[in-house]
Write a protein that binds this ligand. Structure first.
Ligand code: NAP
Length: 307
């Protein structure tokens, strides 16, 4: 059994790779745009341009994977607004190319989407709420979902929101807040954008569960606490025992981000909880796990060379 992970350098893959190695006997095939430093007898890697359809086919087909897990995406919301062509290439065309490969390989395709497919008028949202994106990131992610919905292959879309985890390619919200607090640099954080932040290990566990239980269709995965970005930032300061006073509360209107943001976002996770038999952690428990992972990485910097 082989699982191929596309975008193996992503935050989500950072949690998924060790968990898959620990919890399954599967071989892992890691596909990334940059060299991935994971050394393990069950792991193989390919460094390619994932936007090149022929390259993707060339490296994935010989593996005949049981599942293809696509964690690659253009996730920077303002950058998607600025470069719509690249956002479409990564968030839609890549999905269409993976559908072709998955169809021939007869693989279960697991893909991720976002609460930003909704307009944020009345979140948190269930799987049966009607999407209505207000920025290009959300539009492109919805187009990716739609490609899967009509593909007629075994596939699962996991929508998630505000993913935080210690092993990402770029600072997540937690790292961004901690860096600012560490440098005593004041930051403006919005009081009116709501979500239920997702600890990345819970997202990874959901992926493994949908594959093991052959669950297809749409699932919402998010944390147990629904709160504003400002409240989340203050919780981060509290948990890491740093002074939160330089976190400046602002409204979305005052901040003037390049792309419009859904304000009352977030995801209702009851379907995943009952169908996948999962329980998602709240921010306090997630931040304790994050702190633990950061400290053990600091003590054991070679931890990605797994046993
Ligand atoms: N992070 C969140 O808060 C959040 C919220 C809602 C939904 N999601 C969804 O969850 C999924 C995983 O998110 P994530 O946060 O784990 O992603 P991430 O850490 O931002 O990583 C995305 C990966 O996509 C690849 N990628 C990005 N830009 C690229 C480019 N220009 N050319 C080639 N490859 C590129 C890179 O893979 P390599 O490093 O392997 O090259 C990158 O590591 C995505 O579908 C995202 O839309 C995330």
């Amino acid at each position: 059994m082989t699982f191929t992970i596309i975008g193996a350098g992503s935050t989500t893959a950072g949690a998924l790779i060790p968990m898959l190695l620990e919890e399954t006997d599967a071989k892992l095939h890691l596909v990334s745009g940059r060299p991935i430093d994971v050394v393990h007898p069950r792991v193989s890697t390919d460094t390619i341009d994932i936007t090149d359809r022929a390259e993707l086919k060339r490296v994935v087909m010989p593996q005949m994977p049981t599942a293809i897990i696509n964690t690659a995406a253009m996730t920077n919301v303002d950058a998607c607004e600025a470069d719509k062509k690249l956002a479409w290439t990564l968030n839609v065309t890549l999905v269409e190319n993976l559908i072709r490969v998955a169809r021939v390989a007869d693989a279960h395709l697991v893909h991720f989407s976002t609460d930003y497919v909704f307009d944020g008028e009345k979140g948190p949202y269930t799987e049966s709420d009607i999407p209505s994106p207000i920025n290009y990131y959300g539009k492109s992610k919805l187009a990716g979902e739609n490609a899967l919905a009509i593909a007629g292959i075994e596939s699962t879309v996991i929508r998630t929101n505000v993913v935080y985890g210690p092993l990402g390619p770029r600072p997540d919200f937690v790292r961004w807040v901690l860096q600012a607090l560490d440098e005593q640099r004041s930051i403006k954080v919005v009081t009116d954008q709501y979500s239920n932040p997702t600890y990345v290990d819970d997202l990874a566990e959901a992926v493994i569960t949908v594959i093991e239980r052959s669950r297809t269709g749409l699932y919402h995965v998010g944390g147990a606490d629904y709160l504003s970005r400002y409240e989340f930032a203050v919780k981060i300061a509290e948990l890491f025992k740093v002074d939160p006073s330089i976190i400046e509360p602002v409204t979305t209107g005052e901040l003037g981000q390049a792309a419009r943001r859904p304000v009352r976002g977030g995801l209702v996770t009851l379907k995943a909880e009952s169908d996948l038999r999962m329980k998602f952690r709240g921010v306090e428990s997630g931040l304790v796990s994050y702190r633990h992972a950061l400290f053990s990485e600091h003590l054991h910097p070679t931890q990605r060379k797994l046993p």
